[in-house]
Design a protein around this ligand. Structure first.
Ligand SMILES: NC(=O)c1ccc[n+]([C@@H]2O[C@H](COP(=O)([O-])OP(=O)(O)OC[C@H]3O[C@@H](n4cnc5c(N)ncnc54)[C@H](OP(=O)(O)O)[C@@H]3O)[C@@H](O)[C@H]2O)c1
Length: 203
């Protein structure tokens, strides 16, 4: 499977580390993958034969200047349209307008590429339109990571509980909120707890 990663922040870097560390296991499960492009806010690194993910983390940290596979100004939207792939993982920041993620997801779906995203913004703004677009193009739009981190909620509702009527759902479904409430309970102010969450990359 050829995969494009859009965004290279906290979530994306954690995903890349997982892909590096669990590469053997993923292959043994029958899910071989190649990351054919990675985009941040200024450009895109790409290689049709698959990028070296350790190199991506290194150059993102140290600067892209000496990495010939990175093209500054070659933006994610264009890369989604140009580069052959099966799956786009959209991991830009959540915004009230849904952008830039909304345009990225629309471009991927209309190019008949599956999409996986932890980005809440585009779904809040255009959930119905995006799901219809995915259906029309016969691809999947998966968004389990938007809430409750890796706790399986949406897939349970759409499979195991499909014939049930969900009466209510209770709990704290957001790691940032959970952390902040915990820190306030431990005597910190809201601002101290929020600053700590921002420092850790959760908020
Ligand atoms: N962090 C969490 O624990 C968590 C949990 C659940 C869901 N989420 C969601 O996951 C998403 C990513 O979160 P994050 O914490 O990784 O965010 P982040 O650290 O702010 O990273 C956002 C990334 O998007 C890139 N970006 C911005 N505009 C772009 C554009 N036009 N084209 C391509 N890339 C662009 C940024 O590029 P630069 O590097 O160049 O600035 C950055 O790498 C958000 O939507 C968030 O709500 C996060």
């Amino acid at each position: 499977m050829k995969v494009q990663l859009i965004g290279l922040g906290n979530v994306s870097k954690s995903l890349i580390e997982l892909l590096i560390n669990e590469n053997e296991r993923l292959n043994s499960l029958g899910y071989p993958f190649k990351i054919v492009s990675v985009s941040d806010s200024k450009g895109t690194a790409f290689d049709a034969n698959g990028l070296n993910l350790k190199e991506i983390l290194k150059y993102k940290k140290e600067g892209w200047a000496s990495f010939i596979k990175y093209k500054e100004g070659y933006m994610a939207l264009q890369a989604i349209k140009d580069i052959e792939s099966d799956l786009v993982v959209e991991m830009t920041q959540s915004t009230l307008s849904g952008e830039p993620g909304l345009s990225h997801i629309k471009a991927a779906l209309s190019s008949r590429k599956h999409v996986v995203t932890p980005n809440k913004g585009p779904l809040v703004v255009s959930f119905k339109e995006l799901m219809e677009m995915a259906k029309r193009n016969e691809v999947k739009l998966l968004y389990e990571a938007t809430v409750a981190a890796h706790v399986p909620i949406f897939c349970l509702l759409s499979s195991c509980f499909i014939a049930d009527e969900v009466v209510s759902v209770e709990g704290i479904f957001n790691a940032t909120t959970n952390f902040i409430i915990g820190e306030i309970e431990n005597g910190r102010s809201f601002k101290e707890a929020l600053d700590q969450a921002i420092k850790a990359g959760w908020a």
